[in-house]
Design a protein around this ligand. Structure first.
Ligand SMILES: Nc1ncnc2c1ncn2[C@@H]1O[C@H](COP(=O)(O)OP(=O)(O)OP(=O)(O)O)[C@@H](O)[C@H]1O
Ligand SMILES: [Mg+2]
Length: 343
């Protein structure tokens, strides 16, 4: 197995830096279907103007999902209780119980009984071709709520993840107006925004996090370079898939290695888990490279399962696995102490 060599000199953690993190964004159900045939056998060229197709699927699984819920789930697994903010439908109660049980604060979620929770339906065939539909449902109501509506007081950090686009813009505005530090995580919504809207969701963000592909699109849409972005944000994180991540901070480029994965069963949700590990490290005031490495390791657990919340680990197992590949110079001990205190 690869041993990750860590070059940063870690400093001692100060007190918990961010105690109150609000994670805003989508909360959704994922319905994954498998079609035991080939879609292309049924798409008849001369009849494409009047499609009427039904695929009999022999396998369907329903998973908990949504970016904000995935991040909050993983931070809870790492022993950090965060506040999940988003809008859901009348089918939310069992999902709420699930998140409550793991240790996510769902009192900040608003349930709208007239609609269903946002749902992603994807049918995959034998060639891994996919036909998908995303039902926005309750997510369309997210723009009706401000942070002040669901949370009393000043949070230490707000994460603005993919959501109803107007909601993302409004949340970023509120953070700027109220001087709340925020992390902009626009990912799959980047193509939805005009350049002005994109600027509105990211401007003033203390942390900007994207994957390498999104970084390219973002730069193009904003007419900027990575250097411009790093000058505007205290911390810029660009995840790089199997190569790990790069963190730009105070003119420095910090290389974050990936951890070895056993077997990749499903790539979905690695980015969300990375964010959770990274936030857990930030909350403990760990050095940025260690925060990134916690993100990398957290992502491995998701890659090794189908679904984005089907993995399980204790803080102690996480620390052990980390130490099989990298040296944290004892810093992760503080997570173990907290986990044992909170029981
Ligand atoms: N094949 C891999 N092996 C090890 N680690 C990986 C692998 N793929 C991703 N990771 C880890 O997950 C992190 C996030 O992955 P990536 O950059 O692909 O994000 P993403 O494209 O936003 O993912 P998502 O599909 O969840 O949106 C990486 O920074 C890395 O630490
Ligand atoms: Mg992503």
């Amino acid at each position: 197995m690869t041993v990750v060599y860590c070059t940063t000199v870690f400093r001692k953690p100060a007190q918990e830096q961010f105690m109150n993190i609000i994670i805003t964004g989508s909360i959704a159900y994922d319905y994954l279907m498998r079609f035991p045939g080939r879609f292309t056998d049924h798409l008849i060229g001369e009849q494409l103007h009047q499609i009427s197709l039904s695929f009999l699927v022999d396998d369907m699984t329903k998973h908990w999902g949504g970016v904000a819920a995935n991040i909050a789930f993983n931070t809870a697994m790492l022993g950090l209780r965060t506040h999940l903010m988003g809008t859901t439908g009348r089918d939310f109660p069992d999902y709420r119980r699930w998140l409550d049980n793991v240790g996510v604060d769902t009192s900040t979620v608003r349930q709208i009984d007239e609609v269903f929770t946002a749902s992603f339906f994807v049918n995959t065939d034998l060639d891994n071709n996919q036909i998908a539909s995303f039902y926005t449902g309750a997510m369309a109501y997210a723009k009706n709520y401000s942070i002040a509506d669901v949370y009393e007081g000043q949070p230490d950090l707000v994460v603005i993840s993919p959501n109803d686009p107007d909601a993302m813009i409004k949340l970023a505005r509120e953070c700027r107006q109220r001087a709340i530090p925020f992390m902009a995580d626009p990912s799959q919504q980047i193509p939805r925004f005009t350049s002005d809207q994109l600027l509105e969701t990211t401007e003033g963000a203390r942390i900007l996090i994207v994957n390498a592909y999104e970084a390219g699109v973002l730069c193009k849409q904003l007419g900027q370079t990575i250097d411009d972005l790093q000058a505007q944000h205290e911390i810029l994180v660009v995840t790089q898939g199997a190569s790990g991540a790069l963190i730009y901070h105070q003119g420095q480029k910090i290389d974050v290695p990936a951890f070895p994965v056993d077997a990749i069963l499903d790539p979905t949700g690695a980015g969300d888990a990375f964010r959770a590990g990274f936030l857990r490290g930030m909350a403990a005031d760990f050095p940025l490279q260690l925060c990134g490495m916690m993100g990398s390791l957290c992502a491995c657990y998701v890659l090794e399962q189908v679904g984005t919340q089907n993995h399980n680990f204790t803080v102690s197992e996480f620390v052990q696995r980390f130490r099989q590949h990298a040296d944290d110079e004892g810093l992760l001990d503080s997570l173990l102490v907290e986990a044992s205190v909170s029981g």
